[in-house]
Write a protein that binds this ligand. Sequence first.
Ligand code: ADP
Ligand code: MG
Length: 228
Amino acid sequence: MATRGSVETSLAELAARVRRRANGQHGRFVLGIAGPPGAGKSTLARGIRDELNLAAGRRLAEIAPMDGFHLAGERLRADGNLERKGEPDTFDVTGYVDALREVRYTPPGQPVPWPTYSRELHEPVPAGVVFEEQTIVVTEGNYLLLDDPGHPGWSAVRPLLDETWYLDVPELVIEQRLIRRHIRGGRTPAAAKIKVAHSDMRNARLVEATRPFADLIIKKAGRGYRID
Ligand SMILES: Nc1ncnc2c1ncn2[C@@H]1O[C@H](COP(=O)(O)OP(=O)(O)O)[C@@H](O)[C@H]1O
Ligand SMILES: [Mg+2]
């Protein structure tokens, strides 16, 4: 049941909203999905892309993950930052902003490669995806709305997004999902809990502070979503 001041919606409705907004825009339309780690951003981004492509019957949308700009493990290790992986300064934010600008302003049809992130290798994959005829870009990640001098570079992201959603999920749910993800990724349950408590949840709180800057706040509701 919808709570007061919120509206239930579905993946199909959310995708239709993107299509309406993107219609008639010159150049590519860039949708941002922000939210804490484990909120379900990658899952929502895949859902939106697949809905858009299915409804259009062609490759209308593709995902441009912020996670593709994780600094390489070797670099993080050399700088003594491997344990801090996932914090705002462990990403190549300049590379991300440059790539957003390029994908946004390159005429569709001309290939633009975009790096993805491998959860098996724990490393970015150069040109993991290539934008071609797609005119809608779904970029998703933790720090899309970060805007403070303590985290330089990130404030250049927002002006390159046409609309930004914040995916809001209770901390307890996030904690449990992240522990499971780290165990799947090879950590022991004890090490997973330490990583989540000391690193991921700190990042999650940093991201939560950016929620008011989103155009739309989306929550999971039963089988669908709810807009506040
Ligand atoms: N709407 C949802 N309902 C239930 N589980 C979900 C939902 N969205 C994501 N998940 C699960 O939560 C975990 C994290 O999702 P993911 O999309 O990888 O999050 P993020 O990209 O924000 O870190 C995954 O195991 C995924 O299957
Ligand atoms: Mg993700």
